[in-house]
Design a protein around this ligand. Structure first.
Ligand SMILES: Nc1ncnc2c1ncn2[C@@H]1O[C@H](COP(=O)(O)OP(=O)(O)OP(=O)(O)O)[C@@H](O)[C@H]1O
Ligand SMILES: [Mg+2]
Length: 374
């Protein structure tokens, strides 16, 4: 990203502790919805005091994807230690924490239950407020905790509401108009697979390992994006929805014709061509989204990308150019806050806590929980 700089916004009067105290509010955030057990302590001044991500990727790699039962068990084994180490790293006692937040869905329910029950137990035992965070809202709001902002045509800007969000992750692919905390308007979404799933499946077909996104991204840098003619599904249609299953089918068809072992050059070209089709689809759909009447009426100044696929270098750079063409500022979270992490849950916890959205009676975690139902 050219002329990029890290911004941290001032969060106003979100202070913690007893009445009249001026110290910032401290939130312990816990994430366990997929294959990362993560905890973080974040304060209302946008400081990440400690952040630990225990990734289970090595445990799932040999299966080529996440095995839900193994993931749940690994979360159980890791959660206590991850929380303990996070507090120690922050130099804080549990009594210093003002609010506890944990992912309550959507995600693999076994894992979600582990993090949610740990958070509920701690909150009840210590009489601390508890926030049930929607995992997607964690992804959606984390650019307000910390973002890399490009110098756009209208200059640098903070990530303030409303903003136009491309949320691309392992399980979701949505364009959202983010009007405020808990206030999301769905502008477009995938009709079949998510972008992350397409990256992972294509990498698997090529025998590149899991997760596939980062590997395809790296291989694409040395490949020719015009070597293979992948389709651009829905790009000749109006609207903002996506479809990636046709791209996946095309990948399978191309590979079905190959009889020799795949050369490095073939794999690099394949990755570059596949990635180019995903980028074109995202830019085509976002191009329609900025002209959508609801988006135009809200006039967001910032175009934001979030979710694991937001790590993709080609998507970031194409979105930055699109933002410039539409006189918007492009913002993206730093790489370690794109894939699942506890800091985004702690931050979403603080943003919800500020507006009084705490859990006041027992709730059941949800495997499915669309942002539009917040
Ligand atoms: N550089 C990259 N390019 C493309 N995709 C990437 C890159 N880095 C990571 N990904 C993809 O990001 C996805 C993981 O993102 P994330 O952790 O947000 O997903 P998730 O939590 O499983 O799904 P969801 O957030 O929808 O529940 C994987 O599909 C991975 O391949
Ligand atoms: Mg995620």
């Amino acid at each position: 990203m050219s002329d990029a700089k890290i911004i941290k916004m001032d969060m106003g009067n979100l202070t913690g502790g007893t009445a009249g105290a001026v110290r910032p509010t401290l939130c312990l955030g816990i994430e366990s919805s997929c294959d990362e057990t993560s905890a973080a302590i974040v304060d209302s001044n946008r400081n990440i005091l400690a952040h630990i991500i225990y990734s289970q990727i090595p445990e799932h790699q040999k299966y080529g994807g996440v095995v839900p039962e193994l993931a749940a068990r690994a979360h159980i084994l890791a959660i206590d230690e991850v929380v303990k180490q996070t507090l120690a790293k922050a130099g804080k006692e549990f009594s210093d924490v003002d609010v506890i937040a944990a992912t309550a869905g959507p995600g693999l329910i076994g894992g979600v239950l582990v993090g949610w029950m740990a958070a509920t137990g701690m909150a009840q035992a210590a009489g601390k407020p508890l926030v049930a965070v929607n995992h997607l809202e964690g992804h959606a709001l984390v650019p307000r905790l910390c973002a890399t902002v490009a110098s756009g045509a209208i200059g640098d800007a903070n990530v303030e509401f409303p903003y136009l969000l491309m949320l691309a992750s392992g399980g979701h692919c949505q364009i959202l108009l983010v009007r405020g905390v808990g206030n999301y308007e769905l502008i477009g979404q995938t009709l079949d697979d998510s972008a992350g799933e397409a990256f992972d499946k294509v990498a698997k077909m090529l025998g590149l390992g899991y997760p596939g996104g980062p590997i395809v991204d790296a291989r694409a840098k040395n490949g020719n994006p015009r070597a293979f003619q992948f389709p651009r599904p829905l790009c000749d249609k109006p609207g903002c929805d996506f479809s990636f299953s046709g791209i996946k089918t095309a990948a399978r068809t191309f590979l079905g014709r190959v009889t020799q072992p795949l050369s490095d050059e073939y794999i690099n070209d394949f990755c570059a061509s596949f990635q180019a089709s995903v980028v074109d689809c995202i830019i085509n759909r976002l191009g329609n989204a900025v002209r959508d009447s609801r988006v135009m009426a809200a006039a967001p100044r910032t175009l934001v990308v979030a979710g694991g696929v937001a790590k993709n270098s080609a998507i970031r750079s194409a979105m930055e150019s699109l933002a410039e063409r539409h006189n918007m500022v492009f913002a993206a979270p730093p790489m370690n806050l794109c894939t699942d992490n506890g800091a985004m849950i702690a931050w979403a916890g603080l943003e919800n806590y500020r507006i009084g959205r705490v859990v006041d009676s027992p709730i059941a975690p949800r495997p499915r929980w669309p942002l539009t139902e917040l």
